[in-house]
Design a protein around this ligand. Structure first.
Ligand code: S3P
Length: 169
């Protein structure tokens, strides 16, 4: 079993929920890049975007990933949805461990995020259009960073986790 498992995918694709379940089933520690950055900077993601801007946040993500590349511990990493799409992160993600792209359709993402207020990139404008256009720009990066693509539409967290476990055993 690989000792570093990385979950990538769009906001609302289930990375955090699947990460929690995978962590329970493997006993590996769960890391969430957003939470680690928020703890380090002592600010929410919304505040970081507002005070420092997206570019600075992207550099924080890369810094976090580079530090993690040196870790010798086993872990499940749940990444922020934009992480594979900036700097050298896609390459780094592949080098660090076994990466799974949790692929979700715009409809299911929209459904999961309909009441969400924690994602600065989806705050203004037509949410469905934003999801659609961001997702189509990002798809190639997700695929570049992924070792395995997992289709998530219509599946439960347990089913997705089971699929991943079956692939890493
Ligand atoms: C972002 C996704 C978020 C968070 C930030 C930016 C993105 O993480 O990193 O709001 O650019 O897609 P989640 O994918 O956990 O929502």
């Amino acid at each position: 079993m690989p000792d570093k498992i990385i979950l990538i995918g769009f906001m609302g694709s289930g990375k955090s929920s699947v990460g929690k379940e995978l962590s329970k089933k493997t006993g590996y520690k769960l890391l969430d890049s957003d939470t680690c950055i928020e703890e380090k900077k002592k600010k929410s993601i919304n505040e970081i975007f507002k005070d420092d801007g997206e570019r600075a946040f992207r550099d924080m993500e890369s810094e976090f990933l580079k530090a993690l590349a040196l870790s010798e511990e086993s872990f499940i990493l749940s990444t922020g949805g934009g992480m594979p799409c900036f700097n050298d992160n896609a390459k780094l993600i592949k080098e660090i461990g076994k990466s799974f792209y949790l692929m979700a359709s715009p409809d299911s993402i929209m459904e999961r995020l309909k009441n969400d207020t924690s994602r600065p990139l989806l705050r203004d404008g037509n949410r469905y259009e934003k999801i659609n256009s961001l997702l189509s720009k990002r798809e190639e990066y997700y695929k570049k960073a992924a070792d395995v693509i997992i289709e998530t539409d219509g599946k439960t967290v347990n089913e997705i986790t089971g699929e991943i476990i079956g692939l890493i055993k």
